[in-house]
Design a protein around this ligand. Structure first.
Ligand SMILES: [Zn+2]
Length: 382
């Protein structure tokens, strides 16, 4: 098989994300990927030749990691629009976090199809962005934490299927990627780094959890700011990835660690995400950037549009063009205290004001623990 190298960054998206919803009360009732597509187009950043329509993965492809029984249950639940008690208990479908909804198989299978395709597109190098990806809680046999499938795991397996071995997985979502860790915690060829809020669901990812030695977990306290993220990036994430010398980097870029997000208590600005996206780019010939969490529709749309702007070298404008502003103002978001009286800056700008601050002593101590472990592993990776 010959694969054309990716000449310029590609954006994988699809229309299924527009209008589909987990239900009227669920945090994922809000539009996200469609906002990124609309804002990117309004800014002139997404010409047709950069956009790739995501295929929908078939169950046989998803079975690279998920169990056939689970996949059958997921397909059946979408067809029936209800589940049996046995399916709910065994596979976590039809729960409050993973409800029955009309596209409950097709939508995650499209995100997974994008991640599998990304692995193929990156065989010879390049940059791919799939903001619908990043569903890092999915388990082989069950839905978990709003995730029905685990597309980051499928992306890494897709890269592996192209003959690549060493993959670095970096996750800056507010939640620990328990599903991805379940897949690769003991795999010496998958470096895993996660920065996530301490004492928050799924309550995994302790500082001391090192997997096979190549797992680095940094739990961070509430109020985690841009200066603290920069310290984590410079002292742990970048040195670890550089020393590991991966053939590919997969970045899960969940935006629920942003100040305005309703599901975490972290306080980053979107500058922190864009800095991480830019800093990881030179460390590998292949770079896949995924989305993830993010439940404030305005801040997630702005953050992930800026991720695409960063990957494609765009100048971030001080003020959004009118059709971009209208895209943001047209999003209805109710039922949440953070939806009341939103700042006009959420509609008029893309870049947040930086949220710098002191680097807390406890956090600094944790970073030093991981720095020492990175230095020790760097000698193993030589
Ligand atoms: Zn999250």
């Amino acid at each position: 098989m010959t694969t054309q190298p990716v000449q310029f960054p590609r954006f994988i998206g699809a229309e299924i994300y527009r209008g589909s919803s987990y239900g009227g009360w669920h945090p994922l009732r809000v539009p996200r990927v469609s906002t990124v597509m609309d804002l990117s187009r309004a800014l002139g950043w997404l010409p047709r030749d950069r956009f790739v329509v995501s295929p929908r993965a078939k169950p046989a492809a998803l079975a690279a990691w998920h169990s056939p029984a689970y996949l059958q249950a997921l397909v059946q639940a979408e067809a029936d629009q209800r589940v049996t008690d046995e399916t709910r208990d065994r596979h976590g479908l039809g729960t409050t976090s993973n409800p029955v909804f009309p596209e409950m198989y097709r939508r995650p299978a499209t995100a997974a199809g994008g991640s599998i395709l990304a692995g193929e597109m990156l065989a010879d190098g390049g940059v791919v962005y799939s903001p619908a990806g990043g569903t890092h809680h999915g388990m082989p046999d069950r839905a978990n934490g709003f995730c029905y499938l685990n597309d980051p795991v499928l992306a890494i397996l897709s890269l592996r299927a192209r003959g690549l071995r060493r993959v670095a997985y970096v996750d800056i979502d507010a939640h620990h990627p328990d599903g991805v860790e379940a897949a690769f915690a003991r795999d010496p060829d998958v470096l895993m780094i996660s920065v996530h809020e301490e004492r928050r669901w799924p309550f995994t990812g302790a500082l001391a959890d090192a997997g096979g030695g190549q797992v680095f977990n940094l739990p961070v306290p509430r109020g985690f700011n841009d200066s603290e993220m920069r310290a984590a990036l410079q002292s742990v994430i970048l040195p670890a990835v550089a020393a590991f010398r991966p053939e590919a980097v997969v970045l899960q870029c969940g935006s629920d660690a942003l100040e305005e997000d309703p599901l975490s208590r972290l306080a980053l600005s979107n500058n922190a995400h864009w800095d991480a996206v830019a800093a990881l780019r030179p460390l590998s010939p292949r770079y896949l950037v995924l989305g993830g969490g993010g439940y404030n529709p305005w801040s997630v749309g702005r953050c992930w549009t800026g991720v695409w702007g960063t990957l494609t070298g765009q100048e971030i404008p001080d003020r959004l063009p009118q059709d971009a502003e209208e895209t943001l103002r047209a999003i209805a978001w109710t039922g949440n205290s953070r939806a009341r009286n939103p700042s006009p800056l959420l509609f008029e700008t893309l870049r947040d004001a930086p949220r710098e601050g002191a680097v807390g002593a406890e956090l600094r101590a944790r970073i030093e623990v991981l720095e020492a472990r990175v230095r020790a592993m760097a000698r193993v990776w030589v």
